[in-house]
Ligand binder design. Structure first.
Ligand code: GDP
Ligand code: MG
Length: 154
């Protein structure tokens, strides 16, 4: 169920790349203690976004969302760690940046729902599907982070 996720998909959206916020966003997940297992900069195309946002295709804002998400390159990442799906959602904050709490990524770095800086998968099931949309299996790197006994305890 949600909350026990091992890996999640995070996108640093095109507005954040243009605004040079990539390092800030990555730094927050790094400092929290999560492990980066995949990352790439790419220009997303419509086919990929139609899959990723399948559940939103009937929404009135979908054309605007497509235009936004294809407006420039974005950074796709997979982060791993304890409770990662739920914790990254909490770090990202409310979908509507105007309502997002201070201290969250959206609450600190953005103003409006249509330019809300990041995506993070909303459940373990969604994360599994989304990682498959954005990454090939061999793009995920299995590695041991040397500080895990300090991050998690014995
Ligand atoms: P998320 O999981 O918090 O990203 O939110 P959703 O899955 O509900 O929506 C996906 C994305 O669609 C959001 O992150 C926004 O980029 C965009 N979006 C959602 N609602 C609106 C809206 O009312 N207007 C516009 N322009 N974009 C929206
Ligand atoms: Mg969503």
């Amino acid at each position: 169920g949600a909350g026990n996720g091992f890996q999640t998909l995070v996108l640093v959206k095109p507005d954040a790349v243009q605004r040079r916020l990539v390092g800030d966003v990555i730094g927050r997940f790094e400092r929290r203690g999560f492990k980066l297992v995949a990352m790439k900069l790419l220009q997303a195309d419509r086919g990929l976004l139609d899959q990723h946002y399948q559940h939103l295709q009937q929404k009135p804002f979908y054309p605007a969302l497509l235009a936004y998400m294809t407006s420039g390159p974005l950074v796709a990442m997979v982060w791993e760690g304890y409770n990662v799906v739920r914790s990254t959602r909490a770090m990202v904050g409310d979908t509507d940046s105007a309502k997002a709490a201070a201290g969250t990524i959206r609450g600190d770095l953005s103003m409006h729902v249509s330019r809300n800086v990041v995506h993070a998968s909303d459940s373990v099931e969604t994360a599994l599907k989304e990682i498959g949309f954005w990454f090939q299996r061999d793009e995920l790197v299995a590695w041991e982070c040397g500080d895990s006994q300090y991050t998690y305890g014995p």
